[in-house]
Ligand binder design. Sequence first.
Ligand code: LLP
Length: 431
Amino acid sequence: MRVDPDLWPLTTRVDVEGRLCVGGVALNEIADQYGTPAYILDEADFRYRIRRYRAALPGVRITYAGKALLTKRVARWVADEGLGLDVCSPGELATGLAAGVDPRSIVVHGNAKTTGELRAAADAGVGRIVIDCGTEIALLASQLRSPQEVLIRVAPGIDIHGHAAVTTGIVDQKFGFAVAEGQAALAVRRVLDQPLLRLAGLHCHLGSQVTDPAPYGEAIRRMVSLMADVRNHYGVVLTELNIGGGHGVPYVTGDAELDLEKLARVIDDALDQACATERFPRPKVAVEPGRAIAARAGVTCYRVVSVKHRPGGRTFVAVDGGMGDNPRVALYGARYTVTVANRHPLGPTQTVTVVGRNCEAGDVVANDVQLPADLHPGDLLAVACTGAYHHSMASTFNMVGRPPVVAVHDGRVRELVRRETTADLLLRDLG
Ligand code: LLP
């Protein structure tokens, strides 16, 4: 199958010339106009994913995690579709505000927020600030001129058994307060002692690429039990429980994804059970998906620059981008799906390693993919599932400017972020 619908954007088609089209536009035409590499974004897919969430989880508050992919227009799509926005830096907050997102729908995260950041967030009127450490409690309180709603981030001690870099629910990692030794309870006490801090509830985030909904049920049970402890000790009934994001998506054919209908059932059952056991009123649940909304909307286009057959038998296809626009292979050993996008892939195929243009041997775009045996310089390659954590994690390694983000919708093309030029990079170099 050339374009597995589980991996490619909703509107992906192949035209009579064999060219891959997204949003009614041939990727080759976008590549000719905007150059390569380029991130292409299918607005219809992005909005479709949000609507799927809203339909599957009607009683749950959904906040989009902007760290996955954020531009002003993306923030507007998110707001248009009725979602909140989760930010974790002044830059992400500024992007949301510049897009006109209602600050009350913004949730501010971060394990090392500075005084200035806390003040800026409070002054902007954000809906929630998620408190991650003890220092932050007094620091935030000292910056406030009016009441601020906050959540307390808890590490519930749940292991998703994923990549260590994205395992955040266990106790032995940097985020949040542990339940053990009364750390989370003490944080609650200290927040309650601050007259301008309004404690709305608790937050946890288990990690990334979670495809089994069961850990979210376990998180709810543990968090509701903590909420009941808070009520029993301090007489305060917390009403909000944010269970974070981390919903897994497929990158190659056959990969699992988190089933939203199953997630909805797990959330409901866990709430029923935990609230009955603790005799606790059902809190309002919130989730924060990033990848599951953005990933499949994105495709990255590269031009083939060279094809090298090694005496040992491996074939390296070098393209004009690489770990600068996609560090995920080097960081997490991520796997990707690649196809030729400018023509029919006729004839036999070969197994190749697609590599980038950056100066290190670990600069791989995709390992062991099947591409036409006659692939040659000038061919256009498209890599699926690159909407999340690509644009947002790109670097300028080797003084290579970052690619543009180009949105497509109903045959229209709109450049959301322009390519970073060498002149842009030199502007910061003060000589
Ligand atoms: N909420 C919190 C508090 C988070 O820390 C994250 C992600 C999310 C929500 C959204 O998670 P998602 O649904 O997108 O998985 N750079 C890594 C991913 C790091 C995610 C960090 N936090 C990657 O490229 O796979």
